[in-house]
Write a protein that binds this ligand. Structure first.
Ligand code: NAI
Length: 317
């Protein structure tokens, strides 16, 4: 099997001064990519800043003969990061939207400032960087994007309403980029990782943390962004050497007749069917991946005869 090489490719990784981003930067550079190591160098909560974090990673790359340049701008100014790529390396092929901070708090105590700042870095940062890279991707008919979501974005998590919102939004954003980018050979995927870093070292038990080496996330990200990879519009969970895809599953559901049965009582009467995920034979679950899936339902509805099934009055008590 030939090695997945990145020679000639220009890769931007945001938040690459530590944690997962640093691992990506080293791995891309080892495989021949020209890497823009972006990092603001602030604290986990987003306070302060220093050029040191990015500089250290660039030195590490140069020490083994790799090619890298540092950028210290906040992702909120994504266009400046792309400018660094273009000025140094001529274009941009791969972007990894990875930079992030935490401002955890119960929803009750969450300040508007902490709510907005987390969205600003994770979500607006990804938007700004992607928007600046997009014209290059489109013109050269090649681009690869990875958005970093989180289990919190998929499932929610206590104390992380701001973070979970940003992380789930990165999923819809990535799925839409994949759809719009398809005709230009722009692939976009989303990862929900779990890894040992300053983000998790205070909250994950030590014995588990030791299995969550960030280097175990790297192979998936490199695979997803290689020029030969077709994967796009997909969400992956990745942790501790496990790699799996997440998809939406729609219950068997119940199609109500085109009559007067559209009442809350009709829902109550048939909610078991609506919640049914097990009946795979008669009314199988489906795996929707876009708005087109609704056309199938609509066509089915048109073929059904009117009926008053489900319209009987049921006490809600
Ligand atoms: P980390 O804190 O080690 O790395 C994040 C990096 O982003 C830091 O080096 C930081 O200086 C940089 N950064 C923060 N704000 C920035 C800004 N405005 N502009 C540029 N750089 C900025 O954390 P880790 O774990 O490596 O996280 C990487 C990504 O993975 C984040 O998006 C995080 O939310 C996500 N993630 C991590 C998980 C984990 O288990 N470590 C779990 C789920 C998601």
């Amino acid at each position: 099997m030939s090695e997945l090489n990145f020679t000639g490719k220009v890769v931007v990784i945001t938040g690459a001064g530590g944690g997962l981003g640093r691992e990506y930067a080293l791995a891309y550079a080892r495989r021949g990519a020209k890497v823009v190591v972006n990092d603001l160098g602030g604290s986990l909560a987003g306070f302060g800043g220093s050029s040191k974090a990015a500089d250290v990673v660039v030195s590490e790359i140069e020490a083994f003969g790799g090619i890298a340049v540092a950028n210290y701008d906040s992702v909120e100014y994504g266009e400046k990061i792309i400018k660094t790529a273009v000025e140094n390396f001529g274009t941009i092929h791969v972007i990894i939207n990875n930079a992030g901070i935490l401002r955890d708090s119960s929803f009750k105590n969450l300040s508007e400032k902490d709510f907005k700042l987390v969205l600003e870095v994770h979500l607006n940062g990804a938007y700004k960087l992607t928007r600046a890279a997009w014209p290059y991707f489109k013109n050269q008919k090649f681009g690869r994007i990875v958005n970093t979501s989180s289990p919190a974005g998929l499932y929610g998590n206590y104390g992380q309403s701001n973070y979970a919102l940003a992380k789930s939004a990165l999923i819809g954003f990535g799925e839409t980029l994949a759809k719009e980018g398809a005709k230009y050979n722009i692939n976009a995927n989303i990862i929900a990782p779990l890894a040992k870093s300053r983000m998790t070292e205070e909250i994950v038990p030590k014995d588990i943390l030791e299995r969550l080496g960030p280097e175990k996330v790297v192979p998936l990200v490199l695979f997803l962004t290689h020029e030969t990879t077709k994967a796009t519009n997909s969400i992956f969970e990745v942790a501790a050497g496990f790699y799996g895809q997440i998809r939406w599953e729609r219950s068997s559901g119940e199609l109500f007749r085109n009559d007067n049965s559209f009442t809350p009582e009709a829902i109550l009467n048939r909610y078991e069917k609506i919640f049914e995920f097990e009946d795979k034979t008669f009314s199988p679950v489906t795996y929707p991946s876009g708005l087109n899936d609704y056309n199938t339902l609509y066509e089915k509805a048109k073929t059904l005869p009117p009926s008053d099934q489900g319209s009987e009055k049921i006490s809600l008590k």
